[in-house]
Design a protein around this ligand. Sequence first.
Ligand SMILES: Nc1ncnc2c1ncn2[C@@H]1O[C@H](COP(=O)(O)OP(=O)(O)OP(=O)(O)O)[C@@H](O)[C@H]1O
Length: 245
Amino acid sequence: MIGRRLYLDGVSVIFDGFRALNNLALVVEPGEMRAVIGPNGAGKTTMMDVITGKTRPTTGVVTFGDLDLTRMDEASIANLGIGRKFQKPTVFDALTVFENLELALKAPRGPVPCLRWLLPAPGRARIEEVMTETGLTERAYDRAGILSHGQKQWLEIGMLMMQEPDLMLVDEPVAGMTDAETEHTAKLLARIAGRHSVVVVEHDLEFVRALGCKVTVLSEGTVLSEGSIDHVQNDPRVVEVYLGR
Ligand SMILES: Nc1ncnc2c1ncn2[C@@H]1O[C@H](COP(=O)(O)OP(=O)(O)OP(=O)(O)O)[C@@H](O)[C@H]1O
């Protein structure tokens, strides 16, 4: 799949005189995975809000391929193939894993969409594929409400995968996970990247290391450092504002 390149340059967001983003630049290539880290208040959430059209930048360029995201609303940006997973899982607890994935399916629906056996074969196959990838096959017919915290997060990542976004934005996926769940999540996201671009905002540096991707460090709304995890962890400016705390 040939995706689009995400490009931000000179992006500032000013709330009542306060610069939540300050001349931010970021380029994420098609199929790339990027981790974004930074102390509280660095602007990570605001950056995601700008990309998804929730917040309009005060100044700056935000494009996805040749499309100007600053001129599009949230719904159009989502339709374009930019999917976002918030920190808290928002799966439907009363529905099974299969049904949650079915709901997220983009494929055209028949007249009685709730009857599983009427689901077109490609839809079923895609759901089964996503359950395999996320490791949820054995829980297919369990209600989402009884899944572990980690499994709920994977289900939500799976729901995003069903929509086949070009770009997936994932906010703190491993907060509250066990070590084993964290490792599973790193492997899952690494498999997804390549087919989709993935931007992961995370505080857990061991997890970021396991992703094995380029890291962008934000501080005070701008890029403080960028490169491999070793590069940024050894950057004295990063040590000072973030890691040395
Ligand atoms: N709607 C708003 N109005 C005013 N200030 C805001 C608004 N949204 C965010 N801010 C401020 O902008 C700054 C950046 O916030 P942001 O939430 O983007 O940081 P963050 O890096 O995501 O932090 P955290 O790691 O705590 O989630 C913070 O100081 C925050 O208080």
